[in-house]
Design a binder for this molecule. Structure first.
Ligand SMILES: *[C@@H]1O[C@H](CO)[C@@H](O)[C@H](O)[C@H]1NC(C)=O
Ligand SMILES: *[C@@H]1O[C@H](CO)[C@@H](O)[C@H](O)[C@H]1NC(C)=O
Ligand SMILES: *[C@@H]1O[C@H](CO)[C@@H](O)[C@H](O)[C@H]1NC(C)=O
Ligand SMILES: *[C@@H]1O[C@H](CO)[C@@H](O)[C@H](O)[C@H]1NC(C)=O
Ligand SMILES: *[C@@H]1O[C@H](CO)[C@@H](O)[C@H](O)[C@H]1NC(C)=O
Ligand SMILES: *[C@@H]1O[C@H](CO)[C@@H](O)[C@H](O)[C@H]1NC(C)=O
Length: 498
């Protein structure tokens, strides 16, 4: 049975007027949690022997690129981690996704520089989580490359593959008895496209259509080699699982024309498939290889701008995710267009895709131009991943709502966003047969949101970033999420069925 969402006033834009919130309960062992990333919450940027990472270095060098703000202090979770754990306990979640700051545990990035105070910080956090039956889901790399490694070429230098394997080995050795769910990389598309292509995320390198592909290529091989090392050296004695987190919009066809359907699928393959195909099948999607090689030749490049995997590398990367992850925020529509003109030696990834991507004017807006509220798109995206990759287990590792951070009474905005997205995920589980096993709300607390600084927020708890004590205050969405987590039901408990 389904319940009509009462407030029809809210049913605008992308929401069909007759959408009803799913009243099935989430499965008993469903993993509910929240997510965070080291640089966005920890602060303590130079505390106790921590080395600099690219976000420390580049926000200091180019403060204008992140609203003259940085993560030097952020939520001060380096000191207030116990309070964060208390909030998680209060929410009743069984999982917490967080990341380890590479340069806090290995200040130069190399394993010969290990920092006991940094290691101890994560040991304490992990122990406190486990003492409260909260399973750690740990990201090894959430965009904060040690600056020393960036100075050696960062993700453009193929040696990053071995630097990362060494780092991963160090993490399994140090934390692997307690951590059983590992994510190698978070959102490689953002890190590479915006860090080395468009130049809007640290290290702010602008080389669209070239270094974004090279960064991704090294990152995918680094992931694969780390996975194989784990299989050889740790899997048997530690158990556990290893995966990668990939982000994507849902890119749906703007019409039912064959051309638009093909264009939308191509956009999905160039986005989620850029990483999803290599880690499942051992290579990039054919359409990426063909289009980039073709356009590269016409543009005057001697070789394809998309590097290719050797046969050995294909074997290394194929089948290296034990479950699949996706970060979901919004959706877009896609039209086919005539082949974009060739501009000699001036490529971009968008030209390589060669489609028109847009969001209809009447879709419900948020404070951010690219972010419309499109709950049904979450179901489509999860279904696409399930169908494309042979029905894997899937975890939504991020999902959350943008506002300007001042709103405590956010039940009708953030609370409703989580409700409608979760409802579409229930539809995917029970109506589409998708094996979705977990959901991590982004984020536990407000935080440093990269290029937006502190001006965009997604937390269930507000943080006052001008108060040195960084107090946390529950938003209304936190109590709603607590209710969902404890009842596994999106509406009133007595209206849900198993
Ligand atoms: C640490 O390891 C790096 C990389 O192998 C090496 O270049 C560096 O010299 C080493 N440093 C020390 C102090 O041994
Ligand atoms: C495509 O066709 C389906 C089935 O007839 C329909 O439900 C859907 O709205 C159509 N999509 C578009 C974008 O026109
Ligand atoms: C292609 O190769 C030629 C000859 O080796 C070289 O001069 C030229 O710079 C190369 N062009 C590009 C775009 O790499
Ligand atoms: C979902 O995946 C898990 C882990 O692989 C598996 O144990 C479970 O049987 C799957 N559930 C369904 C419904 O396929
Ligand atoms: C933040 O958003 C709220 C709700 O939309 C609005 O009332 C408020 O004026 C905004 N504040 C700022 C500083 O933009
Ligand atoms: C944040 O903290 C500052 C400094 O303590 C205080 O002046 C301000 O009123 C606080 N803002 C909110 C919204 O509580």
């Amino acid at each position: 049975m389904k319940l009509l969402l009462l407030c029809s006033l809210l049913m605008i834009g992308a929401l069909a007027d007759d959408y009803v919130v799913n009243t099935r309960r989430f499965p008993k062992d469903f993993k509910f949690g929240t997510a965070s990333a080291a640089y966005q919450i920890e602060g303590g940027w130079d505390a106790d022997g921590k080395g600099e990472n690219v976000w420390d270095t580049y926000t200091h060098l180019y403060p204008e690129k992140s609203n003259y703000q940085n993560g030097d202090v952020a939520c001060d979770s380096y000191n207030k981690w116990q309070e964060d754990v208390d909030l998680l306990v209060g929410l009743g979640v069984n999982t917490y996704r967080f990341s380890i700051a590479w340069s806090r545990v290995l200040p130069t990035g190399f394993v010969n520089s290990s920092n006991p105070a940094g290691i101890n910080y994560y040991k304490k956090l992990i122990a406190a989580l486990k003492a409260n039956n909260i399973e750690p889901l740990v990201t090894m790399y959430h965009w904060d490359l040690p600056t020393n490694l960036e100075n050696l070429g960062g993700f453009i230098n193929p040696e990053i593959q071995e630097w990362f394997v060494d780092y991963a080995r160090f993490l399994f050795k140090t934390f692997g008895d307690d951590v059983k769910n590992w994510i190698t990389f978070n959102e490689p598309k953002q890190a590479c496209e915006f860090g080395y292509g468009a130049g809007v995320l640290a290290p702010y390198i602008s080389s669209p259509g070239i270094k974004d592909y090279q960064c991704s290529h090294n990152l995918i091989i680094a992931h694969g080699k780390a996975y194989r090392m784990w299989e050889r050296e740790f899997k048997e004695k530690q158990g556990g699982r290893v995966t990668m987190v990939i982000d994507s919009n849902w890119f749906g066809p703007a019409s039912n024309s064959t051309e638009d359907i093909e264009a939308a699928e191509r956009n999905m393959l160039f986005t989620y498939g850029w990483y999803g195909h290599p880690v499942n099948f051992g290579d990039y999607p054919e359409v990426m290889k063909e289009r980039i090689a073709h356009r590269s030749a016409l543009e005057g490049f001697n070789t394809s701008r998309l590097p290719s995997f050797t046969e050995e590398e294909k074997q290394i990367i194929k089948g290296t995710v034990d479950f699949m992850c996706v970060n979901i925020y919004t959706s877009s529509l896609v039209n086919a267009i005539p082949e974009p003109k060739i501009v000699p030696l001036s490529p971009t990834r968008d030209l390589d895709i060669g489609v028109n991507v847009f969001q209809p004017e009447d879709w419900e807006p948020t404070v951010t131009s690219w972010f419309k509220v499109v709950p049904w798109g979450a179901r489509e995206l999860i279904k696409w991943i399930s169908n494309t990759y042979n029905h894997p287990e899937i975890v939504v590792t991020e999902n959350g709502y943008h506002d300007n951070g001042t709103v405590i009474h956010d039940l009708e905005t953030r609370g409703r966003y989580h409700k409608l997205y979760l409802s579409n995920m229930l539809d995917a589980i029970y109506e589409d047969g998708v094996n979705l096993t977990g959901y991590m709300a982004w984020a536990l607390t407000d935080d440093f949101e990269w290029q937006y600084g502190y001006n965009i927020q997604l937390g269930l708890y507000q943080v006052n970033f001008t108060d040195p004590a960084r107090p946390r205050v529950a938003k209304d969405s936190a109590s709603y999420y607590r209710q969902v987590v404890t009842t596994r039901c999106l509406v009133d408990n007595d209206q849900c069925t198993d």
